[in-house]
Structure formats: structure tokens, C-alpha cells
Design a protein around this ligand. Structure first.
Ligand code: PLP
Length: 368
């Protein structure tokens, strides 16, 4: 085993390619693929992931906030970038860096048209977001006449796509809600088409939508977690490979005598003589306090070593009483076999949360 020398997050680009190819194999040839690379590409490395996907001819990227799109442009990305949740304060940057805003309300529409006019734009690409049941962001069907009126008064912007977002595309024992969202979206786009002289393209599916609702792929799909190797379903996971592996090595071994305590607030009291390994990562690296007190575990020498006591800012201590190991040996927090989904499940969390929590303090190492 090649031991790591410090805490690192390895990103496996071959696994990324595998996931991309697999998800693409579920689409029609002419369905576009958008890679969601918000939040540092789910905690990995947005610039590296985007550069690699650009080489594989990805059609679109999406980020949540403007500065994430600016970072991709700074990294040399030229593919279109949809900004899912832009704030009006960043509209100048959006236009300067050729980013494409999601427009989700009349207020945002009016403000963006004003910005585009100030910047003397013509047919600046925007994407209209419709709410079909998530009730988070988006226009309603009733807003269409006002949207049409605003659009008819300006040449500064042009609607590139219409989209919506599914609330529970991974929930298979009740597909009615998702089907009703798809139906609402269909009514909405027909209404919008009736008001425009051109047809913006359509998209609604996230990763689980791609897998569970092939009839709703429309013109493009948007995948984030799937590209990262998680399919929100054990069957789907078999076809995907987690791209990120969080690894570290043992700083020190301690022997805690029966009755002695360990760590802050003495949260662990040894019921018997206990051997512990101290690891150089803590809640400031993304291992939240909920993982303490034997909820979370790492893998050392192929065995589970549970976290003892409270998670510290920069360290955790794990139980290696029955594990053969020494200082300097490797510990895996998650990888393609000991998955982030399994570890997150220990605290009723999900892969998304654990992956995106890995803080920028952790060195990213790209494996090609
Ligand atoms: C985050 C996000 C996605 C990606 O969802 P996954 O489940 O990670 O594939 C797609 N669309 C929107 C609007 C999002 O916010």
C-alpha cells in the first residue's frame, strides 16, 4: 500500500470519465449534458474537473454562484456556464465573464434586463427557471404573460433555455409527484413557446432524474453527484465509481488505561485498556462533530476504526485496539470502496454533504 504523507483528497479523473460515459450512455445521442460543478465540483476541484470534462466535449457547466463561474473562466474554461442562483449584485461580473444567469423571478428579470441594457448587450443568453413543486426558486406558470411582456420590450437578452428542478427524483416508491412536476413543466414550456418566436431548449433532470425518468430528459440533463460517482441507489452505484478519496496517516498511537479519558470534555472514558490513533484532520477539514463518539469511522488496514470522543478542530482519535497498525500508517476516511455515502449514513447525512464539507485546507491531488 502506498502510504500518504498527509491528509489529501485524491481526485481520480479516470473514474470521472467512466461516470460521464456511463451517464451519457443512458441518453439519446442528441441530448446535451450539463455538468454541475458548484461547490468546488462537489468538494473535489472544480477547475480540474471542468478542464477534464471540457476535453471530453461536455456541452454545459453549471455553478450556483457567480464567483464560482468566474473561477472557471479564470481557469480557462470556455464552455457555456449556467449560474443557477446569481445575485443581482454580481450581474456586472456575469456579463463581463460571459456567464449565463438563471432568471427565476420578475425582480431578477427586470434587474438583469437593466444590466444587459447598460452593458449594451444584444440577445444575451439567459435561462428561465420555473418552479414545478420544489418551491425553492422559480417563476410560476401564471408569470408567463408578464415575462413575455418584459421580453418583448428588450433586445438585450434572449432566452436560451427553460428549466425546472425535481424534488424527489431518487424516491422510487412514489413517482406521482415527480410525474406531476414533469407534467407542469410540459404545460409551462408550451405556454412559453406560444409567446415567443423561437424555442428555448428544455431541461429538468438531475442525476436521479436521468436514471429514473428517461422520458423527461428533454434537450439536456444536469448531473452533479452522478459524475462524482454516486447514484443515490445501490443498483446505480454499481455502475459508477466515486472519484474522491479522503486519506490521511496516523500521527501518533496512544495507550489509554482503563478509567482514563480522551480528548476534549473527556467525552471518552476507557472502559478497558484502549489503543488509539490520532489522525491529522478534524471538523475544520469537514469531519463534523456529529461523527464523534463512535458514530463515524475510518478504515485502517481494512478494518473499521471508530472515532472516540469529540472531533477536534484539527484532529480525530480513533480506536485501534484490535487493529494492527503503527504511526505513519494510512487511514482512509472514504474512497471508492469505503464510500462517503456509507460514512455519511452513520449520522443520517448524505454523500453530497460529506463530499462538499471537505474544506479547502485539505490538499487536492489529481490522479490522471
Ligand atoms: C445541484 C443541482 C443539480 C445537480 O443535482 P445532482 O443530484 O447532484 O445531479 C441539478 N440541477 C440543479 C438546479 C441543482 O441545483
Amino acid at each position: 500500500m502506498d502510504n500518504v504523507q498527509e491528509t489529501i483528497l485524491e481526485i481520480d479523473l479516470k473514474a470521472l470519465k467512466h461516470n460521464f460515459k456511463h451517464l451519457k450512455s443512458r441518453l439519446h445521442n442528441n441530448t446535451k449534458f450539463l455538468a454541475v460543478v458548484k461547490a468546488f465540483a462537489y468538494g473535489s476541484d472544480a477547475a480540474e474537473v471542468a478542464k477534464y470534462l471540457e476535453q471530453l466535449n461536455i456541452d454545459y457547466f453549471a455553478v450556483a454562484y457567480t464567483y464560482e463561474g468566474v473561477a472557471l473562466r479564470d481557469a480557462g474554461i470556455t464552455t457555456p456556464i449556467l449560474v443557477l442562483h446569481p445575485q443581482p449584485v454580481s450581474f456586472d461580473d456575469i456579463i463581463k465573464r460571459c456567464l449565463e444567469p438563471s432568471i427565476y423571478s420578475q425582480r431578477v428579470l427586470d434587474l438583469f434586463i437593466a444590466s444587459a441594457e447598460i452593458h449594451k448587450q444584444h440577445n444575451y443568453p439567459v435561462h428561465l427557471k420555473f418552479n414545478t413543486g420544489l418551491n425553492r426558486l422559480g417563476f410560476g406558470q401564471k408569470d408567463i404573460p408578464k415575462i413575455a411582456e418584459a421580453l418583448s420590450k428588450t433586445e438585450a437578452i434572449k432566452v436560451t433555455s427553460l428549466f425546472s428542478h425535481l424534488a424527489e427524483s431518487e424516491v422510487l416508491d412514489d413517482t406521482d409527484f415527480t410525474k406531476s412536476q414533469i407534467e407542469s413543466f410540459t404545460k409551462i414550456y408550451k405556454d412559453v413557446y406560444a409567446t415567443l418566436s423561437y424555442k428555448p431548449f428544455l431541461h429538468i433532470c438531475n442525476t436521479s432524474g436521468i436514471i429514473n425518468y428517461p422520458e423527461a430528459h428533454f434537450d439536456m440533463v444536469r448531473s452533479g453527484i452522478g459524475l462524482n460517482g454516486y447514484g443515490n441507489d445501490p443498483e446505480v452505484n454499481k455502475h459508477l465509481k466515486p472519484i474522491a478519496a479522503l486519506k490521511t496517516n496516523i500521527s501518533q498511537i496512544h495507550h489509554i488505561k482503563k478509567g482514563k479519558s480522551l480528548g476534549y470534555n473527556r467525552a471518552f472514558i476507557a472502559q478497558e485498556d484502549t489503543r488509539t490513533a490520532t489522525l491529522p484532520l478534524g471538523h475544520a477539514d469537514g469531519i463534523k462533530r456529529q461523527y464523534g463518539n463512535k458514530k463515524g469511522f475510518v478504515t485502517i488496514n481494512n478494518q473499521k476504526a471508530f472515532i472516540l470522543g469529540n472531533v477536534c478542530m484539527d484532529m480525530i482519535m480513533v480506536d485501534v485496539t484490535n487493529i494492527k497498525c503503527k504511526e505513519g500508517d494510512q487511514a482512509i476516511i472514504f474512497d471508492d470502496k469505503h464510500t462517503a455515502e456509507d460514512l455519511a449514513g452513520q449520522v443520517n447525512s448524505i454523500s453530497y454533504e460529506l463530499l462538499t464539507a471537505v474544506s479547502q485546507r485539505v490538499k487536492r491531488v489529481i490522479r490522471r
